[in-house]
Write a protein that binds this ligand. Structure first.
Ligand code: UDX
Length: 472
């Protein structure tokens, strides 16, 4: 049996909150610290600031037991053997990561250290952050033998964050000393030994007792780079397939077939080859820029990443152009929109390509009816409802009497729409799909004019404009 370890997690955003709940789930005592009193109160009462599968039931399972929430970082540091820093690292005006929260938390931890602690970076941070944290703690007068700084990057995706944490592909531990890596290994032992997966109420996923996740022990610098490079590589894969999609569209081929053909090569792999309207979210845009910035700082010209960002930006513009090519003019047109979050399965609207497109439609004078299963209240804070912008509570209400329906993210619910009903709900049966959720031949059978990404457009009466590849 794994011995419970007391840990503190500083920050209750996506990464910190999911890590806190999951560490409690695998048997540890967790003190989750945040300086936002209202948020701490909400969490103590069982409320959640984010939409994430499995989190509600896991929070209620642990919040009166192994998991507590507090604003008191000092007491949490004293009680914990390991302190995870999971605070925000927003993008600064130069594209680099703003590490002022990490700096402030490290100083505060330093002032509370009374016995040996491992301080662990969990937030995505540039290489050398580890060394800076060590320096900050030393400057505050803490002796070198009272602490170690380690790096344990998190690879969770929003929407599947809990499963990603409990069933990871790998656990990366960057540590410079055995005592730091031993503590971190002990912390993950319930997963790496397979013990957790035996539990009757374990959250199911791809890992099992016979196939537990491996640990990769690295230097702290390598761990920091692994995190940035992973996200930059995945973003590159998406921009690559989006560029290929544009070639397919021009050549009259289907990018879905092409992606399948590429992905079947085990050296490439089929994941993250879905063409669409570009990547968004709180990680990829920020991390690609931050990694490019790290490269510049160390004297490496990583021009590839500039191209990745450029393709991503142009992808949204191309899609918008496609909408224009289907509608001719915008002013006064009624547009139904499915999806506001940056992808399906989440309520997160940060850097959402969907919201960008909605904003452009509004700027052009369209009247938008939008539906998203989870992101409505967050979207309203950025794009308030008004005469031009209406939020509705189901996909058919979004389509009601619309001149066209746009699909902007990939909730499963959208792919399962009743196409017959959709057809008679729309004013004109035009669907412009930024996520390739539908089969073009099925859409044709149902009488739609259907435009998607990287696939030839289809229309009952071939149209000289919509059947041509769009130009950005
Ligand atoms: C990402 C990483 O996957 C995760 O490992 C890291 O810890 C945080 O950043 P997340 O931002 O939750 O996770 O979303 P992800 O599922 O990776 O999607 C990112 C964006 O890329 C979304 O806008 C998504 O719609 C888009 N995407 C993804 C594509 O356009 N095509 C794909 O094939 C995959």
């Amino acid at each position: 049996m794994t011995q419970p370890i007391t840990i503190a997690v500083v920050g209750s955003g996506y990464v910190g909150l999911v890590a806190s709940v999951c560490f409690a789930e695998i048997g540890h005592r967790v003190i989750c610290v945040d300086n936002d009193e209202a948020k701490v109160r909400m969490l103590r009462e069982g409320g959640l600031p984010i939409h994430e599968e499995h989190l509600p039931e896991m929070l209620s399972r642990h919040r009166t037991g192994r998991l507590e929430f507090t604003t008191d970082l000092h007491a949490a540091t004293r009680a914990a053997q390991a302190i995870f820093i999971a605070v925000g690292t927003p993008q600064s005006s130069t594209g680099s990561a703003d590490l002022s929260y990490v700096d402030a938390v490290a100083s505060e931890i330093a002032r509370s250290i009374n016995s040996y602690k491992v301080i662990v970076e969990k937030s995505t941070v540039p290489v050398y952050t580890n060394e800076w944290i060590r320096r900050v703690i030393e400057r505050n007068g803490v002796s070198r033998d009272l602490f170690d700084v380690a790096s344990n990057p998190e690879f969770l995706r929003e929407g599947t964050a809990v499963v990603d944490f409990l069933h990871p592909d790998r656990i990366v531990l960057g540590a410079a000393t055995d005592r730091a890596s031993d503590l971190l290994k002990a912390l993950y032992h319930p997963l790496t030994s397979g013990e957790y997966y035996r539990a009757a109420n374990a959250i199911p996923g791809s890992r099992s007792e016979s196939d537990p996740p491996p640990i990769l022990l690295t230097s702290t610098k390598a761990a920091e780079i692994i995190k940035h490079a992973s996200n930059a590589f995945l973003a590159t894969k998406i921009s690559f397939i989006n560029a290929v999609a544009n070639i397919c569209e021009a050549a009259g081929a289907d990018v879905e077939e092409v992606a399948r053909g590429i992905g079947m090569d085990s050296r490439i792999g089929g994941k993250f080859l879905r063409a669409g309207i570009g990547y968004g979210g709180s990680c990829f845009p920020k991390d690609v820029a931050a990694f490019r910035n790290v490269a510049e700082l160390v004297g490496v010209d990583f021009g590839l990443l500039r191209e990745v960002e450029k393709i991503n930006e142009e992808q949204k513009q191309r899609f918008f152009q496609k909408v224009r090519s289907a509608l001719w003019t915008f002013r006064g047109k009624k547009i139904g929109v499915l999806g506001l979050a940056f992808k399906g399965g989440t309520d997160d609207i940060r850097e959402s390509p969907a919201l960008d497109i909605v904003q452009k439609l509004l700027d052009e004078g369209c009247i938008v009816s939008a539906y998203d299963p989870a992101a409505e209240s967050r979207a309203k804070e950025v794009v308030p409802p008004g005469p031009q912008m209406r939020y509705v509570d189901n996909p058919y209400a979004a389509a009601q009497d619309a001149d066209a329906l746009l699909v902007l993210n990939d909730w499963q619910e959208f792919a399962e729409l009743d196409l017959e009903k959709l057809h008679y709900t729309l004013r004109y049966p035009i669907v412009i799909d930024g996520r390739n959720l539908f089969d073009p031949s099925v859409m044709l059978q149902h009488g739609f004019t259907y435009l998607s990404v990287g696939r030839p457009g289809i229309a009952l009466q071939p149209d000289p404009v919509t059947s041509l590849p769009s130009k950005s």
